[in-house]
Ligand binder design. Structure first.
Ligand SMILES: Nc1ncnc2c1ncn2[C@@H]1O[C@H](COP(=O)(O)OP(=O)(O)O)[C@@H](O)[C@H]1O
Ligand SMILES: [Mg+2]
Length: 233
């Protein structure tokens, strides 16, 4: 089953074409990555697929259902697509405890007993139970990114969009988070769409990758090509 199917997608910001004629599919269970220099359009494409960038042209299907430009993601679709951003500090509310950050989306989606789910989610990402009582500034960068991952997984999505999930972290922490993501992917049968400018991260994580420049997908790499390091040239 194809989880993401985009065809000739274009995003325009005024005179600037951020994404031009992007076409690719992501199959269930894959990790598909977008690589390329800063400003080439990776995050914009991810934001289209997350329903955050609602002005675009072309065709987009998620879970084999077409999405229209301008469409707000609701219900199952909203649950099914979750995103993890580069900077966990910016993506967590500074004045909310971790408990509140994790429980709120559950309540919004009608779960009345969030406590057990919050505890399980913290455990799954390798955080102690008492992390629930802390505020973001009381956690390390790696711990904050674990919270952001826990929050993304709480609603049991099928697709996780990962926008440079480790590039704000110290080198020593990056591998831990990437390995956590790979473990969670297996455990929950997830599909990943990953953005990174780091060739090592791409080789470690991806089944396939697309290289973008100036809003255009220039070429695709399969797993053997990534293992050979062809994407480093
Ligand atoms: N909301 C926006 N308004 C205007 N221009 C934008 C907006 N978002 C992104 N851009 C521009 O679109 C291009 C692609 O940006 P982005 O998708 O963030 O690139 P990447 O994630 O690959 O670094 C850049 O030139 C950026 O400045
Ligand atoms: Mg970006």
């Amino acid at each position: 089953m194809s989880i993401v199917d985009i065809h000739d997608v274009q995003v325009q910001f005024g005179a600037k074409t951020a994404v031009s004629a992007a076409t690719f599919s992501v199959e269930a269970g894959e990790t598909f990555s977008l690589i390329g220099e800063s400003g080439c359009g990776k995050s914009t494409l991810l934001r289209v697929i997350a329903g955050l960038q609602r002005e675009w042209h072309g065709r987009v299907s998620l879970f084999e259902t077409s999405i229209a430009p301008g469409q707000r993601f609701q219900g199952t679709l909203r649950r099914n697509v979750q995103m993890v951003f580069q900077d966990p500090y910016a993506s967590l509310h500074p004045n909310h405890t971790i408990y509140r950050t994790l429980a709120e989306p559950l309540k919004i989606h009608g779960e009345t007993q969030p406590d057990a789910q919050v505890s399980t989610a913290l455990m799954q990402v390798g955080l102690p139970a008492d992390a629930a009582t802390r505020y973001p500034h009381q956690l390390s960068g790696g711990q904050r990114q674990r919270v952001a991952i826990a929050r993304a997984l709480l609603l049991r999505p099928q697709l996780l969009l990962l926008d440079e999930p480790t590039s704000a972290l110290d080198m020593s922490i990056q591998a831990e988070i990437l390995n956590l993501l790979n473990r969670l992917k297996k455990a929950h049968g997830l599909t990943y769409l990953l953005v990174s400018h780091d060739a090592d991260v791409i080789a470690h994580m991806s089944d396939r990758a697309a290289f973008m420049a100036d809003g255009v997908i220039q070429r695709f790499y399969d797993r053997p090509a990534l293992q050979n390091g062809e994407h480093r040239m």
